[in-house]
Write a protein that binds this ligand. Structure first.
Ligand code: HAM
Length: 430
């Protein structure tokens, strides 16, 4: 036994798993194209300060941070949004808005490994930059709905909130941003009582404590009802009322788009990242109690990185969790099955001929594997069966004299002799 194994929290993707992951990736790429998001590729290693700026305490303390050999403080990216905001603040500063950017790749967080939580994981990330309008938020929600549909997921819902509700209340009580963050982090962990205690300790009024207490309890799938109730409760807090109104516009627009999915509005909903300024959301399926993806509006981040004031909204689709959800709902994605051919020589003398034929078939786009183990035809065919090969080409000297080979249809278990010049057509038509 080799003493080497993967590092804790890291995974190998063997061919079947890799195929599933790449399938999810392909669906996310197709979606990016459908919505007009253009791909950018950013580095895995970024400056620690950039990544730490507004990522939130939870992510900050779990970053793979180190000093490189040049003495720079760097980290492996725990998410894409900071890198995108850096791009907009620097190299893409003068691009006309709106900008729709897509990126996909691996991210790193020193999380405790458990179901759906890894130290290296994958996201497909979409950012819509330059618009403050609710239709931009609605687009990100619709795109997420579309992805769930395209992956064939069922019974999912989007949990939706707005950070402006709680932050608006706290700001009016003169609670500073950093102190608000503490309360938001506790809410992110669903520690409502602790969040209330924290707010109390920050010296907020009794009216505020009562309002927060009520607001933390408001959630439900009847969107207009929930928003109405929230608005009634926060009516003394002007910007919290504006946040509810904004959420109303976003959800109504989304509803009218005909995107048919369930929304669960939660008035006290918070997400770990500190850069959010508006609507936030996460999709769920009943089989898993972890968010499949996460997103929201962040209107101040680009400015913080030295760019022009630029509003933005986006989402990171968690590819590992989406693949798990597909598996949990017990269906295999329809990965299109193509032709898969093996070529087997009868005897070593025909090895060169087989290599030549393989090159010719690949030349017309047919995937070919050559028998390289020196096995007999029957052994090689047994192996081909095991690997779901669609066709076997058996090359023997008798047939070759007439420029022919034997073509075997592995599924039907039928074979016939065909002219070499007709071989690719014969493979393609069956
Ligand atoms: P996030 O909620 O930190 O948001 O991550 C988004 C998704 O990435 C999660 O819902 C989950 O599917 C996946 N994910 C996160 N951590 C792990 C992990 N340890 N193992 C497996 N999957 C994980 C962001 O990253 C924001 N940048 C989203 C965003 C984009 N907001 C605006 N634009």
């Amino acid at each position: 036994m080799s003493p080497f194994r993967t590092v804790r929290g890291m995974r190998d993707f063997l061919p079947k798993e890799a195929e599933k992951m790449r399938y999810v990736e392909q669906v996310t790429r197709d979606l990016a194209q459908l919505y007009g998001y253009r791909e950018v590729i950013t580095p895995i290693v970024e400056s620690y300060d950039l990544l730490a700026a507004k990522s939130g305490e939870e992510i900050r303390k779990r970053m793979y941070a180190f000093e490189d050999l040049g003495g720079r403080r760097v980290a492996l990216r725990p998410e894409f949004t900071a890198s995108i905001a850096r791009l907009i603040a620097t190299k893409m500063r003068n691009e006309p808005k709106p900008m729709r950017l897509f990126c996909v790749g691996s991210l790193y967080r020193y999380d405790e490994p458990q179901y759906g939580r890894f130290r290296e994981f994958w996201q497909a990330n979409y950012e819509l930059i330059g618009s403050t309008k609710p239709e931009a938020d609605a687009e990100i929600l619709m795109l997420t709905y579309d992805l769930m549909e395209k992956l064939g997921l069922r019974n999912y819902w989007l949990k939706i909130g707005h950070v402006g509700i709680i932050r608006g209340i706290l700001a009016q009580e003169d609670v500073k941003k950093e102190q608000q963050n503490m309360v938001m982090q506790l809410l992110d962990k669903k520690q409502w009582d602790e969040a209330l205690t924290a707010a109390r300790e920050l010296g907020v009024s009794q009216r505020c404590v009562t309002t927060l207490k009520n607001v933390f309890k408001i959630r439900g799938k009847d969107v207009s009802q929930v928003l109405k109730k929230t608005e009634e409760n926060v009516r003394d807090y002007e910007s919290a009322v504006a946040a509810v109104e904004n959420l109303r516009e976003i959800t109504e627009l989304t509803r009218k788009s005909n995107a048919k999915f369930e929304m669960l509005v939660e008035a006290g909903f918070a997400r770990g990242l500190e850069y959010y300024t508006g609507m936030i959301f996460e999709p769920y399926v009943p089989e898993m109690n972890i968010a499949l993806s996460g997103g929201g509006r962040y209107d101040k981040l680009i400015e913080l990185f030295g760019g022009e004031p630029t509003p933005a909204v986006g989402v990171a689709q968690g590819m590992d969790r989406l693949a798990l959800a597909v598996k949990k709902q017990k269906f295999s994605p329809k990965i299109p099955e193509g032709k898969r051919v093996v070529i087997i020589p009868i005897g070593e003398k025909l090895r060169a001929r087989v290599l030549e034929l393989s090159l010719a078939l690949r030349g017309v786009g047919i995937p070919v594997e050559v028998e390289v183990m020196g096995r007999t035809v029957s052994k090689a065919l047994q192996d081909a069966d095991r690997r779901n090969v669609t066709h076997a080409v058996i090359v023997g000297s008798e047939e070759l004299k007439e420029n022919k080979v034997v073509l075997r249809d592995m599924k039907k278990r039928e074979q016939k002799t065909v002219k070499i010049r007709n071989l690719s057509q014969e493979i393609l038509k069956t």
